[in-house]
Design a protein around this ligand. Structure first.
Ligand code: ADP
Ligand code: ADP
Length: 229
């Protein structure tokens, strides 16, 4: 677990006179265990912000800290983060267990430890009875939970969600939203969740970052953000 700090973060795409600055000095102090939702119109920089925290995109200036560690120059794998994407891809030929274990095997985590972590994630996500199945034998909701299981077993300090619900039908979206809430209650992992859906923001966020044109317009509770005239 860890806090997350953005300190005057700037992002420019391109170089020289043609450079396009898309994030204009964003600062935010996010507490350990906090669930933060980032909202704002298309093109305002939500995804860029998330990808910079993940290390998938360099920052042009400023600092990003996870806990007390400056991560600006660390590879994604060194940042203790896990990302949940909207297009989760499970390995079709692997069992649920192996899908969740795969990244840990690559990272050479001992197999006894892998079993402990996968079993714990499976218990929280109610996948314990499905560990031997293949993805095609699962419902959409179960697959979504396996994808989250893969992120949990990494024991990240920070969870990054990039519109993970946007491709789901309404029923599955509501189900998965509840699942994410439950996960956060049980594990309390500091989370950054990008969406353009107000219901998701209202129900999931402890605080909301409102982005607009690469600037942080507001950083406040859902009540404060949505009671504005
Ligand atoms: P959002 O996620 O809020 O829709 P993005 O972070 O994707 O916004 O984009 C913010 C701005 O940065 C947009 O103007 C977009 O066109 C620009 N942008 C995003 N990715 C790139 C890139 N790889 N190269 C150049 N410009 C980009
Ligand atoms: P592969 O890319 O072959 O599927 P891995 O699943 O181990 O192998 O992922 C490769 C790299 O991506 C590793 O460095 C790992 O740390 C990182 N990675 C894997 N899954 C995630 C995730 N959910 N969030 C963040 N990083 C991840």
């Amino acid at each position: 677990m860890a806090s997350l700090s953005l300190r005057n973060v700037i992002k420019r795409y391109g170089h020289g006179p043609k450079a396009n600055q898309v994030i204009h000095g964003v600062s935010a102090e996010i507490g350990d265990h906090e669930f933060i939702v980032i909202v704002g119109p298309s093109g305002c920089g939500k995804s860029t912000l998330l990808r910079m925290v993940a290390g998938l995109e360099d920052i042009s200036a400023g600092d990003i800290l996870i806990g007390d560690r400056v991560v600006n120059n660390l590879e994604p794998a060194e940042r203790d983060i896990a990302m949940v994407f909207q297009n989760y891809a499970l390995y079709p030929h692997m069992s649920v267990f192996d899908n969740m274990a795969y990244g840990l095997k690559i990272a050479k985590v001992p197999s006894a430890e892998i079993k402990v972590r996968v079993d714990k994630a499976a218990r929280i996500l109610e996948l314990g009875h499905l560990l031997d199945r293949k993805p095609r034998q699962l419902s959409g909701g179960q697959r979504q939970r396996v994808a989250m299981g893969r992120a949990i077993v990494r024991q990240p300090k920070v969870f990054l969600f990039d519109e993970p619900l946007s491709n789901l039908d309404a029923k599955l979206r509501a189900q998965t939203r509840l699942e994410i809430q439950k996960l956060h209650r049980e594990l309390g992992i500091t989370s950054l969740f990008v969406t353009h859906d107000q219901v998701e923001a209202m129900t999931l966020a402890q605080r909301i970052i409102v982005m607009n044109g690469g600037v942080m317009d507001q950083f406040a509770t859902p009540e404060e953000v949505y009671s504005r005239p």
